[in-house]
Structure formats: C-alpha cells, structure tokens
Ligand binder design. Structure first.
Ligand code: PLP
Length: 391
C-alpha cells in the first residue's frame, strides 16, 4: 500500500488533534443495544445513546424484522425509483403520513441524506436558506450543497432571524431551517415564532426533528405536536428513525407537491439504494409502540426531572432542556475529557462533546436518558458526578 503524497501533512494534523484532546475514535460495542452494554469488553451503564424510548432491541421490532427477512431477503436490490420500493416501504410512508398528519411522506436511507436532499432538492440559484447556527451538520451541509445562498443566525435568536429575513427579501425563495430539538443543547426551537416570521416574509420552514420525533408531543408526534400547531400551519418535517424509533432511516413529511418535487430532484433519494425492506417492516412495528406506549415518555420525563433536580443540587451547570438530552457544561476540553474518563472508570458512559461540534469553551458532558433507565441508574450517575466534578 503506497502512501499519499501528503502523508506527512495528514500525520502532523492527526498528532495536532491528539495533542488538543480532539481526536475522535470509535469504541467496540458487543451484545444488545440498551442502557447496560459492553464496550471494549467492559460492562457499562450507558448515558449516551439516542435510543430514547428503549426500543432498539424490543422483541416486537425484532420479530417484525425477522419475519420480513424470511419473506423478502435482506437487500432491497435497487433504488426506490427502480425496483427497490417494497410494499413495506409503501406501507411505512402511508403510516408516517397518517401519524404526522401531513399529506405525504418520502423515505430516505438516513437522516443525513434526507437533510441534504430536501434542502438541495427544493432550492436553486437565487434562493436563500437561513439556518440556526447550532443546526445539525447535515443541515449545514445541505446548505453548502445547494446553489442557494446560505445565511445563519445566532442560536434561537428570533430577532436576528427577523433581520436575516430582511436581508433575504430580494431572494427568489426563502427557506428557514432549524433543528426541532437541538442535538447538543436539548432545547426546543421556538417554532410558533418561526412560523409567524415565515408567514410575514413569505418564507418556508424546515424542521429537523431527529431528537423530537417519538419523544415529545402527543403520542410522540414531535415538535409540531408539542406546540399544537394547526395542520395548515405546519413546516416541512424531517424525522429520523434510528433514534427514538429504534430502527434506522429517515423521512420527509410535507404536502404532495413538495414530495413529488423531491422525488424528481433530491439526489440523495434518487441515486441511492433503498433501505432493506425489513427495516421498514421493523419501523412499522416500532411506530405502534411509539404511539401506544405513553408510559415510555412518562418514564423518561420522571427520569429527566430526577436528573435535573439532583444535578442542580450538586451545583452543576445544566442547560434549559426538558428533553432527554441533558448537557452539563464544563467549558475546558481537557477537563471535560478528564471527567468523562473518571466516570468511565466507574463504569458509567457519557458523551464528551468538544469543539468543533460545539462552540469553543463549551465542552460538555452530553447525558442522554432513555426510558430503559431506572431511578437507581440516575442515582449512580449523580453520585459519580459529585465525586468527579468536585475539584
Ligand atoms: C442524528 C441526526 C441526523 C442524522 O440522522 P441519521 O439518520 O443518523 O443520518 C440529522 N439531524 C439531527 C439533528 C441528528 O441528530
């Protein structure tokens, strides 16, 4: 294997990253997904998955998956527009349209691809896309991909969004884009204000509900439902299926004309193989549980309350979040890493999130809670945090 002509440069950049405490590395998980997992051979109590409802290893979902595999094999074999679109995919699109109350739904293979596809597919030269600065990387990348111009506004600042809309007044079309629940802060977008501004400035709105779908709103219907928005006042919604839903993939929910346009133009829809049909079958089973088992969301809310009360008593710096994403701001990168490491030594796994994923000097522990946690698990975490953060 020959080395790249810029091998030395890459090597130097890797060393620099390591020295700065920003080196990324994956760990090896074995066994089932859940809150008690085995990572790099060690049993761990995990507070860092997005399996918020504890559904990833649910027996109903596994059964639906196996049944579909037996009937249809594994691979979908082709893109949706060729022969990849199975009856499971079709059924799932219909079920999600019904569930979200939107006219139509289009499946994508991942949330990343849905975000690229919807932004690039709906905008062209002369348009403007206006994004919250803390939006997920895939949304910002959608903005980089499109020929539309991209503007950003400071996180959750509706006054600055208003100003950006004035700046964009001459654009042919305007699309406001925001996470529904912000992935690193856990706060919920001010959707009613955003919709009002959009109406005032003839803009469209796209909400990425990766962390809201399944978790908040009536029956887990997400951010739009959390605010009780009227059906004719809803944004375009991207939902992902690999987090609270426990399976994989993503969808865009919108009106008929938007969906038909995406089918023609979203390159991350057209030029990729459809997800294995069994995943759609598994998602159909999961959707039933998401809608019917309210106790999972109630359990989650109890745990969130318990965690926040305990963390506040310890004097930890929390963020204004009512969602299962509960960051503890530490500030310094290396201090955050050290606390993460000390928790890990006690068998507790939390995400340590550092720049550039979050702004400089806001390195944090990203605690995520799941309906599968028990009150004792939260107590354990709080006790360990008390020791680890004491100095
Ligand atoms: C996880 C995530 C995505 C990407 O979804 P995948 O299905 O994992 O590709 C998009 N947006 C947000 C806010 C996310 O957290």
């Amino acid at each position: 294997m020959s080395q790249l002509p810029w091998h030395e440069e890459l090597n130097a950049a890797l060393s620099e990253r390591k020295a700065a405490g920003r080196y990324r590395q994956s760990r090896l998980r074995t066994g089932e997904q859940g809150v008690n997992i085995v990572v790099d051979g060690k049993p761990m109590l995990s507070f860092c998955s997005n399996d918020y409802l504890g559904l990833a290893a649910h027996s109903d979902i596994k059964q639906a998956f196996k049944k579909a595999i037996d009937k249809e094999g594994v691979g979908s074999g082709a893109a949706h527009l060729l022969t990849g679109h199975s009856h499971y995919h079709q059924q799932l699109e219909e079920a999600l349209a019904e569930f979200t109350g939107q006219q139509r739904v289009l499946l994508f293979s991942t949330g990343y691809m849905a975000n690229l596809g919807v932004i690039d597919g709906l905008l062209s030269r002369g348009d403007m896309v206006i994004q919250d600065k803390l939006n997920h990387a895939s949304l910002l990348d959608g903005g980089r991909l499109t020929e539309a111009e991209q503007l950003r506004f400071p996180h959750a600042d509706m006054g600055r969004l208003h100003k950006r809309l004035h700046t964009a007044a001459h654009a042919k079309h305007r699309l406001i884009v925001s996470d529904g629940v912000f992935s690193m802060d856990g706060d919920i977008a001010a959707l009613p204000e955003m919709m009002a501004l959009a109406e005032q400035h003839r803009a469209a709105v796209l909400i990425d509900d990766a962390h809201g779908f399944g978790v908040i709103g009536k029956g887990g219907r997400g951010t739009v439902s959390h605010y009780n928005l009227a059906a004719d006042k809803t944004p375009i919604v991207v939902g992902t299926l690999g987090k609270a839903i426990g399976t994989g993939g993503a969808f865009v929910a919108a009106d008929e004309v938007v969906i038909e346009s995406l089918i023609q133009k979203a390159r991350s829809y057209v030029y990729t193989t459809a997800q294995p049909p069994a995943i759609a079958a598994a998602t159909l089973a999961s959707l039933q549980l998401v809608e019917n088992e309210n106790w999972r969301r109630e359990q989650l809310q109890d745990l969130i309350k318990q965690f926040r009360q305990g963390a506040e008593q310890l004097g930890l710096e929390l963020m204004p979040s009512i969602t299962p994403i509960q960051p503890i701001v530490i500030g310094d990168d290396k201090k955050a890493l050290a606390i993460g490491k000390s928790l890990e030594d006690k068998g507790l796994l939390v995400g340590v999130i550092r720049p550039p994923t979050v702004p400089n000097n806001t390195a944090r522990l990203r605690v995520t809670l799941s309906a599968s946690h028990r009150a004792e698990d939260i107590e354990k975490l709080l006790a360990a945090l008390e020791l680890a953060c004491a100095h």
